[in-house]
Design a protein around this ligand. Structure first.
Ligand SMILES: Nc1ncnc2c1ncn2[C@@H]1O[C@H](COP(=O)(O)OP(=O)(O)OP(=O)(O)O)[C@@H](O)[C@H]1O
Ligand SMILES: [Mg+2]
Length: 313
């Protein structure tokens, strides 16, 4: 659905050039929710604006929704929806008019029906007469998304769809985004700097930092790339014997004992857990409790960039 090679953009400023995006390659398959994750200023919005034809790349090529970005920008625009980071509604215009105008602009057949369906889908029913200035943050964000979907694009770009929403509205919007994929087969490309959002919502992630993609994969794959899972065992006695027995296990990278606690770094912890318990059994050590902890996406970010996403943002 998206293939980009070497996309780059520099901006001239008073103090010289800013290289906002420095050669991004990316592939997005139909029906995926792909998250573009990175701290403030990483180049997320700039990349999105290039992929949506709003900004000309200084270098690179891309095919978006089957059309070449440079040769056929109008073809790209017809087939995509774009929801900007700042939204795009006029505060004074009533919700219904805003949707009607958008549908006319795109020449959507069966306008009234399409708008009614979108309003039901995005919980905007009963708000048609209200100006968007009088909507809650969550309602306004859902209106932004409805506007981006009016012409049934197979690919939508959402720039920070949930920034500024309370936890309940965020969860609610995630549900709407999942339904776009599950019920309509829509491909979704979204940016976020929320790790929990990336983890809960996205099939695949691209991590961008300082204009370059520094890691990509499913949330699980990315987490696995970080120093393995941590297994913590509590033992009544024999911690040292347990440590020695477990250290010999092929999946264990590192084992330390401290009092009655043994801490292991393990590849594929969930799959290896039974084997570890058996090894303990064979060594005649009795187990009191066992805990498995996965690394977080913040650990991933720290590993690939050397700093924490939270600090960076
Ligand atoms: N029109 C512009 N002129 C000059 N510099 C720009 C312009 N637009 C973006 N930049 C710079 O390019 C870099 C990337 O900006 P971009 O908006 O793509 O980041 P972002 O990842 O979307 O960040 P955020 O999370 O804050 O939205 C930043 O250093 C920004 O200051
Ligand atoms: Mg941005």
């Amino acid at each position: 659905m998206i293939q980009a090679r070497g996309l780059a953009r520099t901006f001239p400023t008073k103090h010289g050039e800013v290289a906002a995006v420095r050669g991004v390659d990316l592939d997005v398959a139909p029906g995926e929710i792909v998250g573009f994750l990175g701290p403030n200023g990483a180049g997320k919005t700039t990349t999105l604006r290039m992929l949506t034809t709003l900004l000309a790349p200084t270098a690179g090529t891309a095919t978006v929704a089957g059309h070449d970005l440079r040769a056929d920008p109008a073809g790209v625009r017809r087939r995509i929806g774009y929801v900007a980071q700042t939204g795009g509604t006029d505060p004074a215009t009533p919700v219904g008019e805003e949707l009607e105008l958008q549908a006319r602009l795109y020449g959507v057949p069966g306008r009234a029906e399409r708008i009614a369906k979108l309003c039901a889908r995005l919980e905007l029913d009963g708000l048609a007469a209200r100006p968007s200035a009088a909507l809650s943050g969550g309602q306004r964000r859902r209106l932004d998304i409805a506007l981006g979907l009016v012409h049934r694009p197979p690919l939508v770009f959402l720039d920070e769809p949930t920034t500024g929403l309370d936890p309940q509205s965020r969860g609610n919007l995630w549900e709407h985004i999942r339904r776009l994929r599950d019920e309509d087969g829509t491909t979704v490309f979204l940016t976020t700097h929320y790790l929990d959002e990336a983890d809960a919502l996205c099939d695949r992630l691209l991590i961008i930092d300082r204009g370059r993609i520094v890691a990509e994969g499913t949330p699980d794959e990315l987490k696995r790339r970080v120093s393995g899972d941590v297994v913590t065992l509590e033992l009544g006695a024999g911690a040292e014997r347990a440590r020695a027995a477990l250290e010999a296990h092929p999946a264990v990278r590192e084992a330390t004992a401290d009092g009655g606690t043994v801490r292991l770094t393990v590849d594929n912890g969930d799959r290896e857990l039974m084997g570890l318990v058996r090894a303990l059994d064979a060594a005649g050590v009795e187990l009191t409790s066992l805990r498995l902890a996965r690394p977080t996406l913040d650990d991933v970010f720290l590993t690939v960039t050397g700093r924490s996403l939270r600090e960076a943002a």
